[in-house]
Design a protein around this ligand. Structure first.
Ligand code: PYC
Length: 309
């Protein structure tokens, strides 16, 4: 299996460009389920140690369902499958350009939760126009073990997020363990109280905010992904969810720039527009760099061929 590795603002993406599972010709959502049912060992073998790492997000390239799209991608991580992934979409676009499968300019990419458009402004920078984002519930109050009362919003940005405006401690790398523990407790409380996204899906991403460290950024975040690792980038879908909440509260106007900084200080430059249906369409700009081109081997006798779970 051939994979191209890249990172988008520090967050790694591994794109399967050859030798991945054939998921047939159904909708992307049907193919994503087929991937999970019949080929989950491929996800594990590609992402988990010894070939990968917990922070890695995979993208399987597959043929799109119609020719409006240049490519289709199914995203996955150490825990399972993602609807959309902003940083990985930028990684996919830069990877396709690296392979000379697309040129600079506008392309459309199909994902299990809808089509997104991507503008490659140079070989290492892209802007994603995401699926519609929205704030589903505001001022949700939880009583969380060891943390006390935690108030947050539930929003969709291509994945489900619980957004907490006050982080439990300073968002710096030294506090990774404390931030992770707090986010896991909040996620467990949401699960225990059966607080779900609009369509009954689990809220599997937890996001904390704080003032930015750099003077020209608007905010710093910490995003805990479903596999309990934090996003090194500011999280494209998480920042989309944040923009939807800001828009809902009248705190960010269409077209206004919002610079979101991650825990490692990398950033996405973002804004939103309203489409004809009045939905929030976010634009997320970030840089990605190809950092590897590898052939993965899966030996039948290898006890860890499908990863160390
Ligand atoms: O950039 O949307 C994102 C993302 C989701 C999980 C990891 N990165």
């Amino acid at each position: 299996m051939r994979v191209i590795d890249s990172h988008t603002e520090g967050e790694p993406t591994r794109v399967i460009v050859e030798g991945g599972p054939d998921l047939g010709t159904g909708t992307l959502e049907e193919r994503r389920w087929k991937f999970e049912r019949e080929f989950d060992h491929v996800r594990r073998g590609t992402i988990l140690e010894p070939r990968g790492s917990d922070a890695l997000v995979g993208a399987l390239l597959c043929p799109p369902t119609d020719n409006r799209f240049s490519a289709a991608a199914i995203f996955f991580n150490n825990d399972g499958y993602l609807g959309m992934c902003g940083h990985a979409t930028i990684g996919v676009a830069v990877t396709l350009a690296h392979l000379e499968r697309v040129g600079l300019g506008q392309i459309a990419i199909e994902t299990p939760v809808g089509g997104v458009s991507v503008e490659l402004t140079d070989p290492n920078q892209a802007t994603v126009e995401n699926v519609p984002s929205f704030c589903y519930r505001r001022d949700v109050v939880l009583d969380v073990e060891d943390l006390g009362e935690v108030t947050g919003s539930i929003a969709w940005g291509g994945n489900w997020f619980f957004l907490v405006d006050e982080a439990p401690c300073e968002i710096v790398r030294d506090n990774e363990a404390e931030l992770t523990r707090a986010a896991i407790k909040i996620r467990a409380e949401l699960e225990a109280r059966a607080i779900l996204g609009r369509d009954g899906q689990p809220i599997d991403h937890i996001e904390f905010f704080q003032p930015a460290h750099s003077v020209d950024a608007d905010s710093r975040n910490f995003v805990l992904c479903p596999g309990s690792v934090y996003d090194r980038s500011p999280c494209g879908t998480g920042t989309s969810a944040k923009l939807a909440c800001l828009a809902e509260r009248g705190e960010l106007a269409p077209g206004q720039t919002w610079i979101q900084e991650s825990m490692i200080g990398s950033r996405f430059v973002t804004s939103y527009r309203l489409n004809e249906a009045g939905e929030i369409i976010t634009r997320v700009t970030g840089r990605a760099y190809v950092c590897g081109d590898a052939e993965l081997h899966f030996h039948p006798d290898d006890p860890f061929a499908n990863g160390i779970s």
